[in-house]
Design a protein around this ligand. Structure first.
Ligand code: BES
Ligand code: ZN
Ligand code: ZN
Length: 497
């Protein structure tokens, strides 16, 4: 994809279509959009006033200019800010516009960055870029015939005085999108291809590309290091586990953030196999947390922010077999705590706990943020748009909430209610991986909390809600969404300031 910024005289702009954003209920066409409007004798404002074009969210119409204007098509992308706290209406409208134009075989599209009340120009430009690039995403690797309709060039159009700022914002949007697209790519791979071994190889390869240090622990290392929970979850599968450990160093004077992402490449539920088929179908994406962290590290490697970031991705397949771990088993975690297994389908918290302990042991992490498709309960209570948010430090949580708004991935607070702590206590081991039924989102958080070291500021993001999508949508596309990448990137960039 070729991406350009254009801030010169519109007479020099060349494209198959130019898109103007228009807010629902607003007739006023301002700035550059109005220049085009005037050049075609006010036809755009006439159209908007005629109510034939109502500017509803995600509406998109275009018309031909014939010989009235040097660009052959003008598109009108409607958006509706309503009570929206985020720029998602813009991301979504941009996606709808470029997707529609691509379907019409238009190869080069110019988008005029709109002015949005309450938001700065760079944020809006970044959102337009994210919306367009993420909306155009397709996973076509396994189709014998890939879609021939390709849009190959995007131009973001702004005022002359804004050129520098616009260029920076567009570049940021482009890099962020590359991380989200990578997370979607691995998320959409089927589990017969994306085994822990292959996943780890992809991580290593991508980290090499952007100069981020990456080590992979193989099955022997995992046993030798005493990562007993990761080993326990993996033992029922013929696919051996891996753990990828990444580190990006900006310098000693900066704080260190540790990221951990759940990398279950397929979650059958284990020996207590998941009961219904619909639940199983999406379980190849039970590595969406690891995919998100991979995407973030890919962005970090390109942006090189002033903050240290280390990450661990535990990878395993949770399968039933004669070798599987079983309810009632007691496993010894990396931290030394013994864990009684109540349910083999609560495997995510087990591999996450070991990876969290490992990262805290090996690196001086000030902050620890873990990301996982951990519970169906979060899908039911927060899904499909909100990320479940837990943590032990109010300032970190507030930063995450703000990053969520910035990223268009908002959060919903869950309490680490001390009254439920006894639910993860066991009579025969130090901890239990589940209580019977009950508030399972909260108890999963309480379980992980036991593996956070003293003094570490920790947050847990349950992305089971936003990791997968069934419909095509607009900028979040069918299948793996890459959810969490934008939120975490905003968090790290905010901390690096
Ligand atoms: N991978 C699932 C959680 C999940 C559910 C992710 C739906 C995405 C969509 C997790 O490992 C799991 O099975 N959780 C169980 C835990 C239960 C046994 C306490 C759940 O939430 O039902
Ligand atoms: Zn499970
Ligand atoms: Zn799982």
């Amino acid at each position: 994809m070729k991406i350009e910024v254009f801030c010169e005289d519109l007479a020099g702009l060349k494209a198959g279509a130019v898109v103007i954003f228009n807010e629902k209920g607003k007739v006023a066409i301002r700035g550059l959009a109005n220049e085009i409007n005037r050049a075609i004798d006010g036809k755009i404002s006439d159209l908007i006033e005629s109510e034939e074009f109502d500017s509803a969210q995600d509406s998109f119409d275009y018309f031909f200019t014939f010989d009235k204007y040097h660009i052959p098509r003008i598109g009108l992308a409607g958006y509706d800010m309503k009570e929206e706290a985020t720029l998602n209406p813009i991301r979504s409208a941009a996606a709808r516009a470029v997707k529609t134009l691509r379907a019409k075989k238009i190869k080069k599209v110019a988008l005029i960055v709109p002015t949005v009340k309450g938001w700065e120009m760079p944020d809006v430009s970044r959102a337009v870029m994210e919306g367009a690039l993420l909306g155009l995403y397709r996973f076509e690797k396994y189709l014998s015939e890939s879609n021939k309709k390709k849009l190959s060039s995007l131009i973001l159009v702004g005022e002359g005085k804004d050129k520098r700022t616009l260029e920076k914002a567009v570049l940021l949007g482009e890099m962020e999108s590359s991380g989200v697209r990578l997370a979607r790519d691995v998320g959409n791979e089927p589990s017969n291809v994306l085994t822990p071994v292959n996943f780890a190889n992809i991580v290593r390869k991508m980290m090499n590309k952007v100069n981020v240090n990456c080590d992979v622990l193989d099955h022997n290392d995992i046993k030798k290091e005493g990562l007993g929970l990761l080993q326990g979850v993996a033992q029922g599968s013929d696919e051996p586990p891996r753990m990828a450990v990444m580190s990006y160093k900006a310098g000693k004077k900066y704080p260190t953030v540790g990221l951990v992402g759940k990398g279950i490449t397929f979650d059958s539920g284990g020996i207590v196999i998941k009961p219904d088929y619909s639940g199983l179908f999406d379980m190849k994406r039970d590595m969406a947390g690891a995919a998100a962290v991979l995407g973030v590290m890919y962005i970090v490697g390109q942006l090189r922010p002033k903050i240290n970031v280390v990450a661990a991705l535990p990878m395993a397949e949770n399968m039933p077999s004669g070798k599987s771990f079983k309810p009632g088993d007691i496993l010894i975690s990396y931290s030394g705590k013994s864990v009684e297994i109540f349910h083999t389908d609560a495997e995510g918290r087990l591999i996450m706990a070991d990876a969290m302990s490992y990262l805290q042991e090996k690196y001086p992490v000030d902050y620890l943020v873990d990301v996982a498709t951990l519970t169906g309960a979060v899908v039911r209570t927060a899904g499909p748009s909100l990320v479940g948010l837990f943590g032990n430090d109010s300032r970190l949580l507030e930063r995450i909430r703000k990053s969520g708004v910035q990223a268009g991935e908002e959060t919903m607070d869950f309490p680490l209610y001390p009254g439920y702590k006894k639910r993860v206590k066991s009579h025969f081991a130090d901890v239990k991986n589940l209580s019977y039924k009950g508030p399972s989102a909260i108890t999963s958080g309480l379980f992980l909390e036991q593996f956070v070291n003293e003094g570490v500021k920790w947050a847990h993001l349950d992305i089971a809600s936003i990791g997968t999508q069934t419909g095509e949508g607009t900028y979040r596309t069918r299948g793996a969404t890459g959810g969490g990448v934008l939120l975490l990137t905003n968090l790290l960039l905010g901390m690096a300031k």
